[in-house]
Structures are given as structure tokens and as C-alpha cells.
Design a protein around this ligand. Structure first.
Ligand code: WT7
Length: 717
């Protein structure tokens, strides 16, 4: 079939031909952007650039990239229709004359984005049927359990049978096209298989990360209106056992009659011993709970495909915003398929070699796992690893022993994991043969110089391009990213836009787009790319408000960025109240409302501070009700409350009791000041009475509060 042979014509362009060096200036006189209002990770990226400028010799950007990128922006219809038609099966072709229709101007009417209108396809068919026919015996998924002795692999033919069975179970439980299915599962192959099963029958999957609490799960089930939940009794993570079923039970029990889950499919994952220690994991409600494996065994392994319109919903994935409840980011079928596949092949240099073994360490509960564990690689027929464990179990060489054992060629992880592993020294890496590695990737937050160096030298032995990929849940796939060997890397920079991506930096005060290089502003996008979110589930108004209301005509990412003298992008961190902790988005508003929900708390303000391993950590200023004393017990109780309500990864690092918060006369909390006081690198100066780093504090209603806050730094928090 044509799609198999022509797979990604564009990623197999002839080798790069350097362009004239005249278009590239050496970076010697780079001035780091102002640090005002930026968080810790942001600053690390800047330091990196200034310290590395000298490494760069005058070099060049691949000509074919420049030409293709220019075409992808000036004629997206022509550009993307060729890729879509050549690489995917469309049951009915899309209308090639209007591949993209959109409005980005809130001032001109509703925001809408449509790609490949008129086309009918199915992403699961493009993963499963296509490769089961073409390369049936090729390994699709490799499972690497929490216990390293537990591994398994599944060919595309086996994947097909498994996906079809789960699809039939869902159908038997009444799931129809457009219905939502919540997945709260450990990282076994059952998770990507269940996603693919939903997609096969047109159901919309809503994966909830297994580290989320029962409240977070309940809120997501309710908002998405999922009537079916697939979960597991539990999962081993490192030494610990997470009792998923009891969390799911608490979530389901908390839902009102209208929001009830009708069927809960339970994967039995725990062994006898683990069950003995977690008796509630064995609890089953016979009116609702069904043994997942038994149900799969009882149905046929053949299941007809449901053809979908290009713009039919594919999945919902919740992400934190700067205000309010989590946002149900909605992705649709055709555009997401084309974009996740195309970015995968280009960014990870996948050209169809059977020896390529791709490992993305992210959980499918995040967008990274959706696009680069499940869809991107499998759409391309590439072997993908599903890792259930954690980086430091049984020891700090887990990643590297796994790379060696499975001969991983492309490895994709988060800076926070690298920083944690770096602390363990080089020995755990050096004792393994990592010669299979070809490309190394990072995602989730800016990568700091030390971690970049270590990744490059110790892990990659200087031979593997590092792709620092900047993107978001909302973007569906990579946006700013190196393409291996197409242009020189600068450690800490996500470099240049992917095909179809038209970034703009906007000056927040003038609301004007900043032209030229060596500028810093709010990172926005001028036109749609196929993988972008189309809406927020059941809340298109909020979609318009969050992403399109700041600057008319632009999608606003919420990040700040610098474009350097060579036109390279440096993402400098969030410009809103979202924290990126260990690469996970956490809305300060959510943490604050959890605090305020405690009877003793009057008010709370949450900011991030630089943290060696997590990148950013959570610092909470809390004022207590009259007559309540801040104690170590209360501090512990509050941290526990947040962890229980939002998920363990949201547990605050510091709780700072204060008599009041610094506010302007109009009552706005001055977070800029709170961020400085939370920053450990400022503590000594502040305690010595040097308040210069706080900047202008004269707009505060009560300046004395600053002194109370600084004094509070003397207490252990
Ligand atoms: C936010 C999106 C994309 C999957 C994981 C996170 C930050 C992400 C980078 C990077 C600097 C990065 C941004 C972005 N971010 N990748 N390579 N360099 N910052 O998805 O949870 O939607 O978070 O993560 O701040 O806006 P997400």
C-alpha cells in the first residue's frame, strides 16, 4: 500500500546542505532577557545561553527545512494535505481545496479550527489494522514492568487482537460513538490498548493519571460525563503499592446519581502478597464492577471500525489552568493523527528501521504519553516501550539497564528525572552499554546546563543529538524543537519551530508583535497547526477566554520566550500562575483552594521556587483564622490535605505561616514579592536586611508585611 512505502517523505530528505553563514550571527553579544517575573527554571535557561555562546561556531540551518517550513506557513493546505494523504489511510478523502479553515480573532466571531474537513478516517485503524497487515510480526509494544524481571512484547498482530477485544467489551457495555470513557490505569500495555480500543469505536477517551487523587478522578469523571471507567486493583511503583481500586471506589462513591459510573472494568494487576497488604483493592461492587481480563476473554477478537469525521473528538485530557478547575483539553481525530505522527518521525528521526526501539518514559496520563508513547510511534509502525516503573527502582541504573536490555535507539524523558539521576553519579550509567542510543529527547520544562551536559556527555557519549522539545497539552505535539542534524543545538534552547508552527512574541504592554531577533515576549502562535486543541470539553467560551482573549488573532501559550540573535527560541517559563513541578502542570489556584478549604485557614497564596531536582517546587504562604496558632502538626496536616485532594505530586514543599499577605491597595496579592521571598538564593540577603531584590514595594497597602514575611524565613517551614 502506498502509505507504507511513502511513509514520511519529508523526514527522509537528502542530507542537510549548509546555507550561507551570513544568515547566522555568532552569539557573542547576547544579553539575557530581564529576569523580572520569571520563575527559577526560566533563569536556568538564560544562564545557559550566556555561558554557552562561545561553543557555537558560525553554522547553518538546513536549507530544505527553511524551504519546507516557509511553505508550511504560506500554504498549509498544500503542505499538510500531501503529508496527510501520503502517510495515512483515509476512508474518504478530505477536500483538498479547504484543508484548513479557522478563525483566531475573537473580535471577528467564535474561535474555530478545522482541519481535513470532509475526510473520514480512524486513528486506531491507522495504528492497528495498517501495521498488522504490513508488518504483523513486528513488535509494537514492549512492556517493562515495575519489577525488572517482568517484561513482555506484543506484535502488531497481537496488538490488533487485544485492541479489538477491548473495543468489543466497551461495545457490550453500551459504549457508542461520542461516549466518553475514563481510564485510570497503571502503565501496563492495557492503557495504550484501551485508548486505541476507544478510538476504534469512536469513543472519546479521558485518561486520568494514576497519581491523581479520588477527588481529582471524580471531578474528571463528572466533567467528561464518563459512564464507563477502566481501572486496576492497584500497581506497584518502586517499593510502594498504589491501591487504585480503593481510590476509584472513593471517587465513584462521591458522585451523585446523575454522574454515576455504570460500568467499572477492573484489571487485576496485584499479586497475592500485595493484595494481602491492601485488602480494599479486592473490593468489588457486583452491580458495577467487571473483571477486565475475563470480559476480554469472553468477546470476539474481531471488531469493525467506526469511521470518524476528521473533526470528531478523539480524546479529552485535563490540564491545570491558572484559575478555576482543570481544563478538559479536547483533541480531534484527523489533525491530531497527522501531527503526532509527523512530529514523531521528524523529531526522533524515525525512518522505518526495524531496529529502532523508541522509549518515552512518560506516563500515558500526560499528553507526552498520548502523543509519543501511544499514537506517534505506533502510527509510524515503530516499536514503543511501556514502562510501569520509576527511574530509581530497583536502583539508579534502571533507565540505563533498560536501554541496554531492549537496545533502545531513541530515548525521551524529563529534565527532572535527569537531575535526580545525575545526583547518583556517573557509575550507574557507565556500567551499561548504551551504544544503541541515537537520539535523546527532553520535555516538560527548560533543561538546565548541568543536566544537558550530563545527558549529552555521560548518557549520549557526545554522539546523540538532544532534542529539547517545547510543547503543551493543548498543542498535541512538538512545537519548538530541534530536528536532528538539521541545525546546531544550543543547550537549553528548544531552537526552531516545527513545520506548520508560526510563533510570535508579543510585548504584553503594547500588545504588539515583536519583530526581528533578540526580543523577549509572550509566546503566541499566529496560525493553527493540525495537532492543536479545538476546544475545552463542554466549555468553548473558556477555550476562547484562556487562549484567545489576550491578543486578538493569536493563540496564547502562557509561556514567555526569548528569540535570540540567531532566531532560536528560549522558553523562559510561565507568565501566568501555573507551576511546572517535575514537569507537571500545577495551577496555584487549585492548591490555594485546597488550603482555604481547611477550617483553620483564612487565606493562602502559592508560588514556585527553584528546586534542584523538581525544577520548580511549591511554596505556600498561609494566613490562619483568628486564634489559631501555626504549628508543625498543622503544617503537616495541610500538606497532606493538598496531596490527598490533588494528588501526591502536588504536595507542597514549604508552608509558611504569616499574619498577612502583601497586597496592593486594590487588594491584589503581589506574587512577585512572594516569589522572591520564596527563592532560597535570596534568603541570606533578605535576612541581612537587604530588600533590594524585592523591587518596588511602595505600592503595597502595608509595607511592614514584607518584614514579617522575611522574619518568617527564620522559622523552619
Ligand atoms: C508547559 C506545558 C508537553 C508535554 C509536557 C508538559 C512547559 C514543556 C518545555 C520545554 C521549556 C517546557 C511550558 C509549557 N514546557 N516543555 N522543552 N522547555 N518549557 O505539558 O503539562 O501541558 O505543560 O510545560 O511551560 O507551557 P503540559
Amino acid at each position: 500500500k502506498s502509505w507504507a512505502r511513502t511513509l514520511s517523505a519529508r523526514s527522509t530528505n537528502p542530507s542537510p546542505r549548509p546555507i550561507s553563514t551570513a544568515t547566522l550571527q555568532p552569539l557573542t553579544n547576547f544579553v539575557p532577557p530581564s529576569a523580572a517575573g520569571q520563575t527559577g527554571t526560566a533563569l536556568m535557561a538564560q544562564q545557559l545561553l550566556s555561558s554557552r555562546s562561545r561553543l557555537l561556531s558560525a553554522s547553518a540551518i538546513d536549507r530544505s527545512y527553511l524551504a519546507d517550513h516557509a511553505l508550511s506557513i504560506s500554504d498549509p493546505d498544500a503542505y499538510w494535505s500531501e503529508i496527510a494523504a501520503n502517510n495515512y489511510h483515509w476512508e474518504k478523502s478530505f477536500d483538498a481545496s479547504t484543508v484548513l479553515k479557522y478563525n483566531f480573532h475573537a473580535s471577528k466571531g467564535p474561535i474555530h479550527i478545522e482541519w481535513f474537513k470532509g475526510g473520514k478516517t480512524n486513528i486506531s485503524y491507522n495504528v492497528v489494522d495498517r501495521w498488522a497487515e504490513d508488518t504483523p510480526e513486528k513488535t509494537a509494544l514492549i512492556f517493562e514492568g515495575n519489577d525488572p524481571s517482568e517484561t513482555a512484547s506484543y506484535t502488531f498482530k497481537e496488538l490488533k487482537a487485544k485492541v479489538f477485544r477491548v473495543a468489543n467489551v466497551l461495545k457490550a457495555k453500551g459504549v457508542k460513538k461520542g461516549d466518553r470513557v475514563a481510564l485510570y490505569l497503571p502503565m501496563t500495555v492495557d492503557l495504550p490498548i484501551s485508548m486505541l480500543a476507544c478510538a476504534r469505536i469512536g469513543a472519546v477517551h479521558s485518561v486520568v493519571f494514576g497519581g491523581f487523587s479520588s477527588d481529582a478522578l471524580a471531578a474528571r469523571i463528572k466533567d467528561s460525563g464518563s459512564k464507563v471507567l477502566i481501572t486496576a486493583d492497584g500497581v506497584g511503583r518502586g517499593e510502594k503499592v498504589i491501591n487504585l481500586k480503593s481510590i476509584a471506589d472513593t471517587a465513584m462513591d462521591s458522585l451523585g446519581a446523575e454522574d454515576q459510573v455504570e460500568t467499572c472494568l477492573v484489571l487485576e494487576r496485584l499479586n497475592e502478597e500485595q493484595l494481602k497488604d491492601n485488602p480494599t483493592a479486592s473490593h468489588r461492587d457486583p452491580s458495577r464492577d467487571v473483571d477486565f481480563a475475563a470480559a476480554c476473554a469472553a468477546v470476539s477478537d474481531d471488531c469493525p471500525v467506526t469511521w470518524m469525521d476528521a473533526e470528531d473528538p478523539l480524546f479529552i485530557l485535563y490540564t491545570s489552568g491558572s484559575t478555576g478547575t482543570p481544563k478538559g483539553v479536547l483533541h480531534t481525530t484527523g489533525g491530531y493523527m497527522v501531527y503526532s505522527g509527523e512530529t514523531f518521525r521528524n523529531v526522533f528521526d524515525y525512518k522505518g528501521a526495524p531496529s529502532d526501539i523508541f522509549w518515552c518514559t512518560a506516563d500515558c496520563g500526560w499528553i507526552t504519553g498520548h502523543s509519543y508513547l501511544a499514537y506517534g510511534p505506533l502510527l509510524s509502525g515503530c516499536t514503543s516501550i511501556v514502562f510501569e516503573g520509576v527511574p530509581n527502582y530497583p536502583d539508579a541504573s534502571r533507565f540505563w539497564s533498560t536501554v541496554e536490555r531492549h537496545k533502545v535507539t531513541q530515548f525521551y524523558t524529563a529534565p527532572t528525572a535527569l537531575r535526580a539521576l545525575m545526583r547518583e553519579g556517573d557509575e550507574p550509567v557507565k556500567k551499561h552499554d548504551l551504544s544503541s542510543l541515537r537520539i535523546l529527547g527532553t520535555v516538560g520544562e527548560p533543561i538546565n546546563p548541568a543536566a544537558w551536559d550530563w545527558y549529552n556527555e555521560i548518557v549520549g557519549k557526545g554522539n546523540c543529538p538532544i532534542v529539547d522539545t517545547w510543547w503543551q497539552t493543548e498543542t498535541g505535539g512538538h512545537m519548538l524543537t530541534p530536528l536532528p542534524n538539521k541545525w546546531p543545538l544550543k543547550p537549553g534552547s528548544a531552537t526552531l519551530p516545527f513545520y506548520g508552527v508560526a510563533p510570535a512574541l508579543i510585548d504584553p504592554s503594547s500588545e504588539e508583535e515583536l519583530e526581528g531577533n533578540d526580543v523577549h515576549g509572550h509566546l503566541c502562535m499566529k496560525q493553527p497547526w493540525p495537532g492543536m486543541a479545538r476546544s475545552l470539553w463542554n466549555n468553548h467560551e473558556r477555550f476562547e477566554e484562556v487562549y484567545f482573549s489576550q491578543f486578538d488573532g493569536y493563540y496564547c501559550t502562557g509561556d514567555g520566550a526569548q528569540r535570540d540573535e540567531d532566531g532560536y527560541f528560549w522558553v523562559t517559563g510561565r507568565v501566568d500562575d501555573v507551576l511546572i513541578v517535575s514537569g507537571h502542570n500545577i495551577g496555584t489556584a487549585e492548591v490555594e483552594s485546597s488550603f482555604v478549604g481547611h477550617g483553620d485557614v483564612a487565606e493562602a497564596a502559592v508560588v514556585g521556587f527553584p528546586h534542584e531536582v523538581k525544577g520548580e517546587a511549591i511554596y505556600c504562604y498561609v494566613t490562619l483564622n483568628q486564634g489559631v496558632e501555626g504549628s508543625e502538626d498543622l503544617r503537616w496536616e495541610l500538606k497532606k490535605k493538598v496531596a490527598e485532594e490533588l494528588g501526591a505530586f502536588c504536595r507542597p514543599d514549604v508552608v509558611h505561616f504569616t499574619p498577612a499577605l502583601p497586597k496592593t491597595r486594590s487588594g491584589k496579592i503581589m506574587r512577585r514579592i512572594l516569589r522572591k521571598i520564596a527563592d532560597p538564593s535570596e534568603t541570606d540577603k533578605l535576612l541581612a536586611g537587604d530588600l533590594e531584590c524585592l523591587g518596588d514595594i511602595s505600592t503595597l497597602a502595608d509595607e511592614a508585611i514584607v518584614h514579617d514575611l522575611v522574619e518568617g524565613l527564620r522559622e523552619p517551614c
